[in-house]
Write a protein that binds this ligand. Structure first.
Ligand code: ADP
Ligand code: MG
Length: 225
């Protein structure tokens, strides 16, 4: 279980201190799809980055399976980033000179997994994200939706317990977005997926839980049935 306990985050801009995250608490389930919703500038990405350990709160604690993220040793933090968590960003972060396959298995190669294990996981993953048959394609020959699937595959192949995604459908048309949200929904049956979005309609359709961020940094949580 992941718990956000009274999280506060401030930024200074032009001598002014802004309260970006104002005492936000939430309990996130082990599996399911959680949306962080709110207008532009309401602190959604900031909250996601705190959850991803990319930044630290000014006060409050993030609990990952009964341990404070702030108490992790350097090695534990690395394991958290490399194995526990998978990141999916809007810009895909795909390397254009590599093939679809090379992009997806990169993390496993860096982690020095065996060839056999890499091949096994790769097969499973491209089935799950429905990219079969495109293994040899160059990234430049793929659509936006296919590139986003690569980004999701790249997160998934690490078999993370939690995937966080910042506006993962921000560059996609509505039909492709629907497909990506359906994919996240399916994948969230076996892991926690936290998506930042400003798409209220999609949140109502796909989310199990919604964290609404307001412009004053405050938030409220809602079950979505
Ligand atoms: P959202 O993702 O909801 O659009 P952000 O979390 O990116 O919002 O930003 C929330 C607020 O914090 C904005 O006013 C933004 O300008 C400010 N902000 C974000 N990151 C920084 C930073 N590194 N330094 C100063 N201000 C920041
Ligand atoms: Mg953002």
């Amino acid at each position: 279980m992941v718990i956000l306990d009274k999280i506060n985050k401030y930024y200074s801009s032009g001598g002014e201190k802004i309260h970006v995250i104002d005492n936000v608490s939430a309990i996130l389930p082990d599996t399911g799809l959680v949306f962080i919703l709110g207008p532009s500038g309401s602190g959604k990405s900031t909250l996601l980055n705190l959850l991803g350990g990319l930044d630290n709160p000014d006060s409050g604690d993030i609990w990952i399976e009964n341990r404070k993220l702030s108490s992790f040793t350097k090695a534990e933090k690395t394991a958290y980033l490399n194995s526990y968590l998978g990141f999916v960003f809007q810009e895909y972060n795909i390397l254009k000179d590599l093939s679809l396959r090379e992009n997806i298995i990169l993390a496993l190669e860096i982690q020095k997994h065996s060839r056999k294990e890499i091949n096994k996981r790769f097969k499973e993953i491209i089935n799950a994200v429905e990219l079969n048959g495109l293994e040899k394609r160059k990234v430049s020959q793929l659509s936006g939706g296919q590139k986003q699937r690569i980004a999701i595959a790249r997160a998934l192949i690490k078999q993370p317990k939690m995937i966080i995604a910042d506006e993962p459908t921000g560059n996609l048309d509505s039909e492709t977005s629907k497909n990506i949200f359906n994919l996240f929904k399916e994948l969230s049956k076996e892991r926690l997926i936290v998506i930042v979005s400003h798409d209220v309609e999609s949140a109502e359709i796909y989310a199990d839980q919604i964290i609404h961020m307001g412009m004053g940094g405050e938030a409220h949580e809602e079950e979505n049935n």
